[in-house]
Design a protein around this ligand. Structure first.
Ligand SMILES: Nc1nc2c(ncn2[C@@H]2O[C@H](COP(=O)(O)OP(=O)(O)O)[C@@H](O)[C@H]2O)c(=O)[nH]1
Ligand SMILES: [Mg+2]
Length: 218
């Protein structure tokens, strides 16, 4: 299994629409979660950056799909957070359509990391996200963030509850606690990503994905 250096990451592209995404090549892993769940912090902790997400998202572009390149074949995708009250209905609808398309059609999407607050996981919108993943047949790795806010017993109870609530889904779902504050769970997260990025390595092909762009797409 590949041992990937997650610190070696560069901005690739920012896409408002599915059609603006780079060519469907290599392996993508997407991070999703409701706004404020700790997705940006988790990405920053993973990549050892102060503000990875900010490097690409200009104001007003929070609803874009941001792609970052780890190497020629491996891409990390930062999906827009959901449940954001500032987003109007039209914007929400557009986002749902683009997300559905991304989950259903993107061949190179290997797995989704879903970030949820360990203290209140599986909100209605999280459920909708899990259902999206289930109907698109996409495997999920759930990280229960902000684990530094709870004691060991309560963390274990939250993990167990999420596993139990999701036991009837047919996709592979793994669950782990995580803290961007103290780095606990980082090793497990990297192991899962290494696994996904290594899966079917032989079939990735030799063509590199496109080169990074400096200009973000409208
Ligand atoms: N205590 C603690 N706070 C966190 C953690 N991760 C994120 N936060 C805080 O939660 C808030 C939202 O985090 P952010 O990463 O921006 O969430 P996003 O909207 O999902 O990208 C910020 O105030 C973070 O400092 C964590 O692991 N522990
Ligand atoms: Mg964020």
């Amino acid at each position: 299994m590949a041992n990937i250096n997650y610190n070696k990451i560069e901005f690739l592209k920012s896409a408002a629409y599915f059609k603006n995404l780079p060519e469907d090549k290599g392996i993508e892993i997407a991070f999703a979660g409701r706004s404020n769940a700790g997705k940006s912090s988790a990405l920053n902790t993973l990549t050892n950056r102060k503000n990875l997400a900010k490097t690409s998202s200009k104001p007003g572009k929070t609803q874009h799909i941001n792609l970052f390149r780890l190497d020629k074949q491996r891409v990390l995708v930062d999906l827009p957070g959901y449940g954001f009250s500032r987003v109007n209905r039209a914007e929400k609808k557009r986002w749902e359509e683009e997300l559905t398309r991304y989950l259903e059609e993107r061949q190179c999407l290997r797995g989704i990391v879903l970030v949820m607050d360990v203290r209140h996981p599986l909100t209605e919108l999280d459920r909708a996200m899990v259902d999206f993943a289930e109907s698109a047949g996409r495997d999920l790795h759930i990280i229960l963030s902000k684990s530094d806010k709870l004691n060991k017993g309560k963390i274990a109870a939250s993990v167990l509850k999420v596993k139990k609530d999701l036991k009837d889904y047919t996709i592979n779902i793994t669950v782990q606690p995580f803290s961007s504050l103290n780095g606990s769970g980082l090793k497990e997260l990297k192991q899962q990503l290494d696994f996904w990025y290594s899966k079917e390595e032989a079939s990735i092909g030799t063509d590199p994905i496109q080169q990074p762009e400096n200009e973000a797409e409208e």
